[in-house]
Design a protein around this ligand. Structure first.
Ligand code: ADP
Ligand code: MG
Length: 184
């Protein structure tokens, strides 16, 4: 129910995008910790790697996004929850935050779960859309998660897309966000 409300909000709010600097790498780490606790995972079930450019390391600035921390947390947590939920035979998730590029931050959430057939890769971002006919009757959901993630990504000037080699071959979902330009 809460998700339904959130979806409505994220999709319908026509207000200008929030403009608060959010340290995205810290935010992702929080979401990873939360997912580990919530799903009772060992560190090895959910690996996290950060590649920051050497210049941002030297300057001591993190990987910042201008936006709404709460919404960004919702987006990242949704991707992590899906990666766990659609890995019924064991969780092997690797998350990578690539901040090499000065202009954008790229978060990749890769799992080794059930995968997604090619013709469904775009549809899964539609409102209420769920892939049917998978031996996953236990995986409950509303089909709203990725719709919300996409709304949030767009609102922040970014995008999200899914890749998979097909059924049984795992899935990678990539969230790209514009990086906050450093002011001198
Ligand atoms: N990591 C994933 N691996 C395989 N299928 C996925 C993954 N993430 C999402 N999907 C598919 O996309 C559909 C839509 O996802 P989502 O919007 O989060 O809804 P929900 O998880 O509530 O079903 C899911 O029902 C599932 O079929
Ligand atoms: Mg979901």
């Amino acid at each position: 129910m809460e998700q339904v409300l959130k979806a409505g909000e994220a999709a319908q709010k026509k207000s200008p995008p929030p403009r608060v600097p959010v340290e995205f790498n810290s935010l992702v780490r929080e979401c990873i910790e939360l997912a580990r606790v919530r799903h009772h995972l060992q560190a090895a079930n959910l690996e996290y790697r950060e590649s920051l450019s050497s210049s941002s390391l030297q300057n001591g600035d993190g990987a910042c996004v201008l936006g709404d921390a709460e919404e960004l947390r919702t987006a990242v947590s949704n991707l992590l929850d899906n990666a766990v939920k659609y890995s019924p035979d064991g969780v092997h998730i690797s998350v990578e935050l690539d901040a090499q590029d000065g202009k954008r931050l790229v978060l990749r959430v890769r799992d080794q779960g059930v995968g997604i057939p090619e013709h469904e890769l775009k549809r899964i971002f539609r409102r209420f859309y769920r892939v049917t006919q998978r031996s996953l009757s236990q995986a409950k959901g509303t089909g709203l998660g990725l719709f919300i993630v996409r709304s949030i990504a767009r609102k922040h000037g970014g995008r999200v897309f899914a890749q998979s080699e097909g059924a049984g071959k795992g899935t990678t979902v990539t969230l790209e966000l514009p990086r906050k330009v450093r002011v001198a």
